[in-house]
Design a protein around this ligand. Sequence first.
Ligand SMILES: Nc1nc2c(c(=O)[nH]1)N[C@H]1C(S)=C(S)[C@@H](COP(=O)(O)O)O[C@H]1N2
Ligand SMILES: [Mo]
Length: 192
Amino acid sequence: MNYSFVSIRFSWLNLAILVSVVLVTLVSCTTETEPDYTEVLPRTLTRGEEIPAATGDTIFTLNAVATGNEPIDIDISLLESLGTVKYTVEDPYENRQVEYEGVLVETVLDQFGGSNTTGITLTAIDDYQQTIPIDHVEEWPVLLALKSDGEYAPRSHRGPAMIVYPYDSYPELDPSTYDPFWIWQIANITVK
Ligand SMILES: Nc1nc2c(c(=O)[nH]1)N[C@H]1C(S)=C(S)[C@@H](COP(=O)(O)O)O[C@H]1N2
Ligand SMILES: [Mo]
């Protein structure tokens, strides 16, 4: 009796099929991870380039090695020339999903920091102050957000610039530790 219709016998064709299935599975497992953010505007101002003077409304002042440690005025177009990205996150203060768009804090450090940069100190209009260590921005896409759900955030509602942590993509970001870093109504940024 011939049982070959039920038994899977060795053949080069079967081996090729098996290898293909394994390869396709491996490739799809490694590429199916969700991207952390979507790029919106390209970066046009690069590290080492002269920083153009702000011509629009000042959203905050910034001190850093690249500004001679003197405060300079930052406007929206200057900040956005560092390139913008967006992602949606459950905002612990709004208690809903919000799509934030802005500049990665890592890019701000790249543009304005020196070789010994350790972090960034943010001071809000109510004098609330926090220092974000460089480790945070190397590990996660921490955002200096300007837009919330596609609209520039008004000063009356946490704008014009606020810090956002990507809670939804990184479960290790425990709110009890990271909520205090969601600084809004930023008045000054000092790159340390
Ligand atoms: N500008 C500004 N941002 C701020 C704060 C603040 O006082 N001013 N408080 C921080 C802290 S400590 C926490 S826990 C959260 C929540 O503040 P809330 O509970 O007053 O909304 O906002 C953070 N961001
Ligand atoms: Mo807090």
